[in-house]
Write a protein that binds this ligand. Structure first.
Ligand SMILES: C[C@@]1(CC(=O)O)c2cc3[nH]c(cc4nc(cc5[nH]c(cc(n2)[C@H]1CCC(=O)O)[C@@](C)(CC(=O)O)[C@@H]5CCC(=O)O)C(CC(=O)O)=C4CCC(=O)O)c(CCC(=O)O)c3CC(=O)O
Ligand SMILES: NC(=O)C1=CN([C@@H]2O[C@H](COP(=O)(O)OP(=O)(O)OC[C@H]3O[C@@H](n4cnc5c(N)ncnc54)[C@H](O)[C@@H]3O)[C@@H](O)[C@H]2O)C=CC1
Length: 151
């Protein structure tokens, strides 16, 4: 991933998002994407409890298998969240150049990252490190939240 990421605020309404992996990381990403009304499909042999519930409630799709090139075809955004090297290589090798990839389990295969965000008074405030510093962006988010609340 480049060390400069362009901040773009995106409308995800009904956008096709494919998540390869069905564990706790996939569950956190799916939760945020559903808030934005994206159309989320999980590809994974097994699902976490939270994702299983979302699938039972018809809120996400589920292909119960390992990720394959075919699964990426219609995705606007692909999220790599399996922690499986073979799946990461499959995504890096088969994604189209115009597709967005979030390398949640391996930032080097991705071109987009999820910032740490909060909303206050109708304004969304997002923090991104431009590299891979999730703990640092989380601290900045908490600092900014405290600052905004004081006023
Ligand atoms: C590159 C990036 C790609 C991406 O995922 O988009 C990425 C990558 C990785 N994160 C890792 C660890 C954790 N990340 C979190 C949490 C968050 N991570 C987020 C973003 C990003 N994480 C992107 C960069 C953002 C930037 O720097 O600008 C946030 C902001 C947004 C979100 O995820 O939604 C959200 C906080 C939101 C908030 O609080 O608001 C927690 C949980 C926690 O801290 O509570 C843990 C510890 C989990 C544990 O240990 O249990 C690991 C190590 C894996 C390992 O070593 O095992 C990798 C991969 C690697 O480094 O290889
Ligand atoms: N970006 C972030 O915020 C964070 C990233 N991570 C990284 O993300 C990865 C996943 O973490 P967890 O969700 O906690 O793991 P987990 O072990 O709970 O879940 C892994 C999931 O991937 C599935 N899977 C395994 N091989 C697969 C394949 N070939 N195709 C499709 N699905 C497959 C499993 O069935 C399971 O559903 C780890 O590599 C970890 O290092 C971890 C914490 C935070």
């Amino acid at each position: 991933m480049s060390d400069f990421l362009f901040p773009l605020a995106v409308n995800l309404d009904r956008a096709e998002v494919v998540i390869i992996g069905g564990g706790s990381v996939a569950e956190r990403k799916a939760g945020k994407l559903l808030e934005a009304n994206a159309a989320v499909t999980i590809v994974a042999p097994e699902l976490s409890g939270g994702l299983k519930k979302l699938w039972e409630e018809n809120k996400v799709g589920w292909k119960q298998k390992e990720g394959e090139p075919e699964d990426l075809k219609n995705a606007w955004l692909i999220i790599s969240a399996s922690g499986d090297k073979a799946a990461q290589q499959m995504i890096a090798g088969h994604k189209h150049p115009w597709q967005l990839v979030n390398g949640a389990d391996n930032p080097s295969i991705g071109n987009v990252a999820f910032p740490a965000s909060f909303k206050e008074d109708g304004v969304q405030i997002s923090v991104s490190s431009g590299s891979n510093k999730p703990a640092s962006v989380k601290e900045w988010k908490h600092y900014l939240q405290r600052l905004v609340k004081k006023q």
